[in-house]
Design a protein around this ligand. Structure first.
Ligand code: PDD
Length: 277
């Protein structure tokens, strides 16, 4: 079951008009909330980021935080309450009479759906995943969680076509993030990730991973690092709401360190898992 504009309906009965600007222009904002055993991880920062995104593209937030929480909880309940779910929430600017670039005040289209999150076994993650690198040619508002994701989807597909988990992006030699996740490196027991700003999405999992590391007494620096430093790192990880924190052990066909997930990842991963219980 999904939520569309006030109704809870089966997904195959959920339609939007072709004049929706989400369809015509990718004119909308979205969020993905990870839910484990009926508990949303990072609920508050996800809702705050939703507000920031709406502000950034001048859409008035159609709901209060409490109203959003009720809608999310309802979708969770309708889709097997106790399972692990990724709740996808999208707000597009709405429908106009004709297709034109400019817009007036429209009634936003609101859509919420649930999909399963595959359970992960830490023993399978130790081997790590592979990634490719690509030049980051995205717009300079990558901190806005906009539904117009063509560059990201093309990068993700290139990664898939290369049997890789992710495409790690760099701009002017600096690693920004990946096609649908944030990137971390560990060097000499210090954790580095690109600082917040227009070049990266301020990931909620990134924020939680930083908190987990700091709670463990690990030094964290939100500082830029180069593609060379990425390749020479002791550990590389990616983070996202659906992937959690995943080790990357091979990039562009080259092993990272000894080619296995590292000890810092292991500690932070375990700390993150505790949030689920
Ligand atoms: N993607 N960077 C990009 C470009 C992303 O698309 C995502 C998440 C992240 C990580 O953000 P968070 O930790 O808040 O999930 C970073 C989601 C999961 C998606 O597009 O489906």
């Amino acid at each position: 079951m999904v939520y569309l504009n006030g109704n809870f309906i089966p997904k195959d009965k959920a339609y939007i008009p072709v004049m929706d600007r989400g369809f015509l222009f990718g004119d909308g904002i979205y969020e993905v909330f990870p839910v484990y055993d009926n508990t949303v991880i990072g609920l508050e920062p996800h809702l705050n980021r939703l507000q920031d995104g709406l502000d950034a593209i001048n859409i008035e937030n159609p709901h209060s935080k409490d109203e959003w929480i009720n809608l999310i909880n309802k979708v969770v309940t309708l889709n097997n309450k106790n399972s692990s779910q990724a709740i996808y929430l999208q707000i597009s600017r709405g429908c106009d009479e004709n297709r034109k670039h400019t817009y007036g005040k429209l009634k936003p289209t609101i859509y919420i759906q649930s999909s399963g999150i595959e359970p992960k076994d830490k023993r399978d993650l130790i081997k790590g995943k592979s990634a490719i690198t690509r030049e980051d040619i995205r717009w300079l508002k990558s901190n806005t969680k906009a539904t117009s994701l063509l560059a990201n989807t093309l990068y993700a597909q290139e990664a898939k076509d290369n049997d890789s988990e992710e495409a790690i992006l760099y701009r002017d030699g600096i690693v920004t993030e990946a096609s649908s996740s944030n990137v971390f490196i560990v060097k000499d027991n210090c954790l580095y990730t690109h600082p917040k700003g227009p070049n990266i999405l301020p990931g909620v999992t990134r924020k939680i991973a930083i908190q987990c590391a700091e709670n463990l007494g690990i030094m964290v620096k939100e500082e830029k690092f180069t593609k060379e430093e990425l390749m020479q790192a002791d550990e590389v990880w990616i983070s996202s709401s659906t992937r959690e924190i995943l080790p990357i052990t091979s990039i562009d066909g080259m092993s990272i360190s000894d080619g296995y997930a590292g000890p810092v990842w292991s500690l932070v991963y375990d700390q993150y898992q505790k949030l689920k219980s």
